[in-house]
Design a protein around this ligand. Structure first.
Ligand SMILES: NC(=O)c1ccc[n+]([C@@H]2O[C@H](COP(=O)([O-])OP(=O)(O)OC[C@H]3O[C@@H](n4cnc5c(N)ncnc54)[C@H](O)[C@@H]3O)[C@@H](O)[C@H]2O)c1
Length: 446
């Protein structure tokens, strides 16, 4: 879709100047895994940032100098707040102070796996009565192509302000990868697509203050699609490698050895790894936004649906393998077994359990009558069937009394050699034990 041709406006130049001179007040709507790191980066770049979140608890926590997410330390929040570079608020009227408004609210799926854009709509309802002339509004939440211009633009223009002339609107997908030691909000390049060329220009200037590389695309729809391609690429490749793992099991071939060897090819191959299933707020969800949109255009997104199907059945596969392992190696039925699950977070070294496959694995074990204990050094407890379940300390005694230890998340703080040495049987769904040298006969890999 072509970007609408609108001449360069004086207002856009003024706005860019205000951004460059730090006169502009950046604002965030939603201070979670995406919004908070952005707020901190902006505060560090010398802006006075206003962060709005509907969660009173979160606002209180942040203003007390505390972080509730893995990638941001208390020290970073404390510094930003104590120097007056960040203030958190639950008062929507403070949106009227914001010159830039980055919308970083959740975009989950409904029970029927359809996009739930209600958080975006609510955020826009809060912005509309408080929208300043000249403000830049950027949607960062992952969503289907068309959301920015079909859902947000008409609501903002109901104020009487005109896009590209009185305010600027763009989409720029956040690419944060929680727990990634190398790439974060400070060094991951950005893609930006505005409704008009001036919208793109202002949005580019905004992100260029904190990032080394910002790339423009031709429209908001293109920027929305970029994010969906990135996450669909991951989902499909993980689906493929999960299916290869199922094939290798039947062929009695070690899938991990195959991937390692294939990775020696310096071109045309990129390793993806099998596992107990997808987790987090992105990969299991985002591709469904795209397939949902395509259904409305009478197109069935086959790769997305197939990968989703394979990936979502991996927890069942883990349980099936555990049943087989317990019966062939220990002569114990799952219904009589003590099972210890190591790792609840959806990936290593973080505490986020949203969509974590460990939740499904535990619930499937329980449904089949196993006595399940879990440990996660990052997750002290979680809610299951209306009850809080606590993480149990891993001791030699606990390992010894477990008929099966299942490694669901490969946190680096675990001493895998020690775990294997004191366990009867270990089912490793992540190849976390690859460096273990003693007692390898006790390990079964996915
Ligand atoms: N978490 C990731 O790794 C990641 C990476 C890239 C993109 N994204 C996308 O970014 C978006 C946000 O994800 P997240 O992980 O930061 O979510 P999150 O749940 O961690 O944070 C969202 C925050 O928004 C707040 N909120 C909800 N509705 C609000 C409203 N109307 N007004 C103000 N605040 C509101 C919530 O209280 C919460 O603090 C999603 O679309 C997600 O797909 C997430």
């Amino acid at each position: 879709m072509a970007t609408k041709a609108v001449k360069k406006t004086k207002l856009a130049d003024e706005m860019i100047n205000n951004i460059r001179t730090r006169k502009a007040v950046p604002g965030l709507i939603g201070l979670g895994y995406v919004g908070l790191p952005l707020a901190i980066v902006l505060a560090e770049a010398g802006f006075k940032v206003v962060g709005y979140d509907i969660s009173k608890q979160k606002v209180k926590l942040l203003n007390a100098g505390k972080s509730d997410i893995d990638d941001i330390s208390d020290e970073e929040v404390r510094k930003a707040v104590s120097t007056g570079h960040l203030v958190a608020t639950d008062d929507p009227k403070r949106i009227s102070q914001m010159d830039t408004i980055s919308i970083c609210v959740p975009t989950p799926l409904s029970k029927t796996k359809d996009p739930d854009v209600s958080f975006i709509l609510k955020a826009v309802e809060e912005i509309t009565p408080n929208l300043k002339r000249g403000a830049l509004v950027v949607l960062e939440s992952t969503t289907y192509p068309g959301t920015t211009e079909d859902l947000i633009l008409p609501k903002l223009e109901e104020t009487g302000l005109k896009v590209g002339q009185d305010f600027f609107l763009a989409f720029s997908p956040e690419r944060v990868d929680p727990g990634n030691p190398k790439y974060n909000t400070r060094n991951t390049p950005r893609v930006v697509g505005g409704v008009t060329p001036d919208c793109t220009r202002v949005a580019m200037a905004f992100y260029e203050q904190t990032l080394p590389l910002v790339r423009a695309v031709s429209s908001t729809q293109a920027a929305e699609m970029v994010k969906l391609l990135e996450n669909t690429f991951r989902s499909v490749n993980i689906g493929l490698v999960n299916e290869v793992a199922l094939m290798c099991d039947r062929l009695k071939i070690n899938v991990w050895e195959i991937i390692d060897a294939a990775s020696s090819k310096p071109f045309g191959f990129m390793p993806f790894y099998p596992g107990p299933g997808l987790g987090g707020h992105c990969i299991p969800i985002d591709p469904h936004y795209l397939s949902w949109k395509l259904k409305s255009l009478n197109y069935y997104a086959r790769f997305i649906e197939l990968a989703g199907d394979i990936n979502s059945h991996m927890p069942e596969w883990v349980v099936e393998r555990a049943i087989r392992l317990l019966s062939t190696r220990a002569g114990v039925a799952l219904s009589k077994a003590n099972v210890l699950v190591l790792g609840l977070a959806y990936k290593r070294d973080i505490k986020d359990i949203r969509e974590s496959p460990a939740l499904d694995v535990i619930s499937l074990f329980k449904e089949r009558g196993a006595k399940v204990t879990f440990n996660d050094p990052h997750v002290p407890d979680f809610e299951m069937d209306g009850k809080r379940v606590k993480s149990t300390k891993v001791t030699e005694a606990l390992l010894k009394q477990s008929d099966l230890v299942v490694i669901v998340t490969d946190h680096t703080s675990y001493d895998y050699q020690w775990i294997v040495d004191h366990s009867k049987l270990v089912f490793d769904t992540r190849n976390a034990t690859k460096k273990v040298t003693r007692n390898r006969d006790r390990i079964e890999l996915l």
